[in-house]
Design a protein around this ligand. Structure first.
Ligand code: FES
Length: 122
């Protein structure tokens, strides 16, 4: 019980990133949070946010925030701007290579501020 509480506290360590209006609809931004580059995407016109690592394991560069947002069978995805591999924004799984995935993070909007949470467990 005590352990479960500790884990929950770590997951809900939210970090303020920017105002929601700083992310144009259907684009991404990159944020440096606790020394990790995180790509945050705003899908659609509302406050639908997804956060994954900014690191593209195929090109080995930090570019995913500049990828093109789309969807595959209703699942939001981003295509790397370098070699165009597609990543599931919910799970981080690569659609083009089942052996590859990128870390995902929690993202939310509070009072029009974008926040992300980094879990030590991921
Ligand atoms: S820190 Fe985000 S692109 Fe360089």
């Amino acid at each position: 019980m005590v352990q479960a509480l500790a884990i929950r506290e770590r997951i809900t360590n939210w970090v303020d990133v920017c105002h929601l209006s700083a992310i144009k609809p259907n684009t991404g931004v990159c944020a440096l949070v606790e020394n990790q580059q995180i790509a945050i995407f705003r899908v659609g016109k509302d406050a639908d946010l997804y956060a994954i690592s900014n690191y593209d394991p195929f090109s080995k560069t930090f570019v995913l925030s500049r990828g093109i947002i789309g969807d595959r069978n209703g699942i939001p995805k981003v295509a790397s701007p370098i070699y165009k591999q597609n990543f599931n924004l919910i799970t981080g799984q690569c659609f083009d290579d089942e052996t590859v995935s990128v870390p995902t993070y929690l993202a939310r909007v509070v009072n029009d501020r974008v926040q992300v949470a980094i879990s030590d467990l991921s």
